[in-house]
Design a binder for this molecule. Structure first.
Ligand SMILES: Nc1nc2c(ncn2[C@@H]2O[C@H](COP(=O)(O)OP(=O)(O)OP(=O)(O)O)[C@@H](O)[C@H]2O)c(=O)[nH]1
Ligand SMILES: [Mg+2]
Length: 220
């Protein structure tokens, strides 16, 4: 017969993470920087979306790019000549506040208005790890399947804004975008859901306006 002991490790880890996340939020507030955390499925379009935002948003942007091997997405952002810090998570499937706090040390906080943080592509691990950003944007695409939302309720409940990307290929992959929107609304009734195609330039101004509405609400 096995002996079972409850070990409250996860609780302690997320509590310690939250303490650092609160420190990050304070640092961003003190520097008048609006922080946005982008999480989502692998290949859903997080980097592509941030690349578009860098080119279209008013204000100076700094990016923290989390990746299992950091050079890939960080390299894509560096071509815009903005401050970029790549974070290598190794075997970890999410960023945590400790990593982000160190990355922020390398950011010129006096010269940026927005800090955009791209998390590792994953819909499960990032859920409990607040990174201190002001909002969390969850990015999925039709090619993951139109049951993705139902299968990953926690991440959608934690979202401030949800992007359903690649609507240009919804027909080809037989995804019911209306169902995906509805599934989000069931889990998180007040969250705004925006349909985008980064290939066809659909929905981008809606994303920018939504981010700026949050920013204004927080007086940043
Ligand atoms: N058809 C179509 N393809 C897209 C769209 N947005 C992005 N892609 C393509 O999807 C692929 C993945 O895009 P990324 O932006 O690298 O996705 P990501 O979420 O950053 O990926 P990871 O960081 O690896 O998790 C690339 O080949 C993009 O060109 C879109 O709206 N429509
Ligand atoms: Mg990426």
């Amino acid at each position: 017969m096995h002996k079972v002991a409850d070990i409250d490790v996860q609780h302690n880890i997320t509590k310690a993470n939250k303490k650092i996340a609160d420190r990050i939020t304070k640092k961003l507030n003190d520097s008048n920087i609006f922080g946005v955390d982008f999480v989502g499925a692998i290949g859903s379009g997080k980097t592509s979306l941030i690349e578009e935002l860098i080119q279209r948003m008013d204000g100076n942007i700094g990016v923290i790019a989390g990746d299992v091997i950091s050079k890939f997405d960080a390299g894509r952002f560096k071509k815009f000549n903005i401050p970029v810090v790549g974070l290598n998570t190794g075997k970890e499937c999410h960023l945590d506040a400790h990593l982000v706090e160190h990355a922020i040390e390398d950011m010129p906080l006096d010269n940026i208005d927005y800090l955009l943080v791209e998390n590792v592509g994953n819909l499960i691990c990032p859920v409990d790890f607040d990174l201190g950003s002001h909002i969390r944007v969850v990015v999925i695409s039709v090619s993951e399947g139109d049951d993705t939302v139902e299968k990953h309720p926690l991440i959608f409940q934690s979202a401030d804004l949800v992007i359903i990307n690649k609507v240009d290929i919804a027909g080809a992959v037989e995804a019911d975008v209306g169902k995906m929107v509805n599934d989000v609304k069931v889990l998180n009734p007040d969250v705004e859901v925006i349909k985008t195609s980064l290939k066809k330039e659909i929905g981008l101004s809606n994303v920018i306006n939504a981010i700026d509405r949050f920013k204004k609400r927080m007086d940043l």
